[in-house]
Ligand binder design. Structure first.
Ligand code: BGC
Length: 405
């Protein structure tokens, strides 16, 4: 006999993208510059990405058509403030149109103000490590929220800030590409913490909407005999503690997870834990995904519970969860197990309010280029035609019935 378990009436089911990964032609950003330097670890440039900048209407209609009721996307600082202090009314107007397209389809827009990329001018003057970063972010949030706030449903300040110090200043896999720059990493983390605080306040002063931060929270599991250490994983986890402390004053916390990482007596031992290795072969196996991570959808439960322990009573939004795979049946199985974890957390009394799959489209996976395919929808790299996969219809059906059968 099949068992049907439901999700609350107001539960949000959605999918996510970020500007640089899908819009295309983001030429004024630090990532564009970085992608075009021979010696950086990127495998290929983002180029036209998925041409979402021009095709957003089609994507949002498709997403609503399958039955999803939330869409998470980011607005691009490099377009909105192309030169310091110079704000583009045309870029803000563009994002109003994207937001209107969501509203026209009764899709709740979840908007991320910063998803990894910086305007090039800001990277040139010190980026996250610059003392001016928090104030510049505050002004950008203020201007963007003043122009867009009435249409935004939920606002996320900074995506995965816990990793930005280590990836850009310790591991060298993101701009500015420093390695072992502890001082730079520490300044970046301090500035990002302050930026979240002042950015969130600026957004709240312009719009009455829930504001929070979205954190990558892998399910870290210590095995017998393991000693907590200083792997990048554990450093990021410590930084997460600081962001979670701040998050207690927010309206929600965003939880994002893809796998678990096991730490044994000799340190981290799960596949894919070494994020500095961007040259690794992207070989999907029975145990691993295309990213080289362990296939472990149960990680979502661990991540939600960790956030719930750190921020008791705070609403939790799952703002990203997904798998890079060439096998769409496997994607469906992954989501099903992850959603059962969400149900278990709900049954334990944790206030989980959304499941947003990463990603809506097969898109630009940063240093790994276009090889990993996370999307519910495939994208023809020549014509940009959208090819919805069975997993899109599957998640849409769960959303419509608000149940897993
Ligand atoms: C990021 C996305 C990324 C995804 C898959 C998340 O950490 O927010 O930008 O594409 O993971 O790796």
């Amino acid at each position: 006999m099949s068992v049907t378990r439901g999700f609350p009436e107001s539960f949000l089911f959605g999918a996510a993208v970020s500007a640089h990964q899908v819009e295309g032609g983001n030429t004024n950003s630090d990532w564009w510059w970085w992608e075009h330097i021979e010696s950086t670890p990127g495998r290929e440039p983002s180029g036209d990405a998925c041409d979402f900048y021009h095709r957003y209407r089609e994507d949002i209609a498709l997403l609503a058509g399958v039955g999803l009721n939330a869409f998470r996307f980011s607005i691009e600082w490099a377009r909105i403030e192309p030169a310091e202090g110079e704000f583009s009314r045309a870029a803000l107007e563009h994002y109003r149109r994207v937001l209107m397209a969501c509203r026209d389809h009764a899709v709740l827009p979840i908007v991320t103000f910063h998803h990894f990329t910086l305007p090039r001018w800001l990277q040139d003057t010190g980026g996250f490590a610059s003392d001016r970063f928090p104030a510049l972010f505050e002004r950008y949030c203020d201007r963007a929220a003043a122009a867009l706030g009435d249409l935004i449903g939920i606002a996320c300040t900074i995506n995965e800030p816990q990793g930005l110090g280590s990836s850009g200043y310790l591991l060298g896999i993101n701009p500015p590409g420093h390695t072992d720059d502890r001082d730079g990493a520490q300044r970046a983390v301090d500035n990002l913490l302050e930026a979240h605080k002042v950015g969130a306040a600026a957004i709240r002063s312009r719009a009455q909407i829930p504001v929070g931060v979205t954190l990558a929270i892998p399910d870290i599991q210590y095995e017998d005999g393991a000693q907590p250490g200083l792997s990048s994983l554990e450093v990021e986890s410590r930084v997460n503690d600081w962001f979670m402390e701040l998050a207690r004053k927010d309206e929600f916390i965003g939880v994002q997870t893809y796998t678990r990482f096991r730490i044994g007596p000799d340190g981290p031992r799960s596949p894919g834990h070494d994020w500095s290795d961007t040259t690794r072969e992207l070989l999907e196996t029975e145990q691993t995904t295309q990213m080289g991570y362990e296939y472990y959808p149960q990680a979502l439960g661990g991540a939600i519970r960790r956030a719930a322990r750190s921020c008791p009573g705070l609403p939790i939004l799952v703002t990203e969860n997904g798998i890079a795979t060439a096998d769409d049946e496997r994607r469906i199985a992954f989501m099903e197990t992850a959603l059962r974890e969400v149900q278990a957390c709900l049954a334990e009394g944790i206030d989980v309010r959304s499941y947003v799959y990463w990603s809506w489209l097969d898109n630009f996976e940063w240093a790994f280029g276009y090889a990993p395919t996370f999307g519910l929808v495939g994208v023809d790299r020549q014509t940009f035609a959208r090819h919805p996969k069975p997993s899109a219809a599957w998640l849409g059906a769960v959303a419509r019935s608000r149940a897993l059968v």
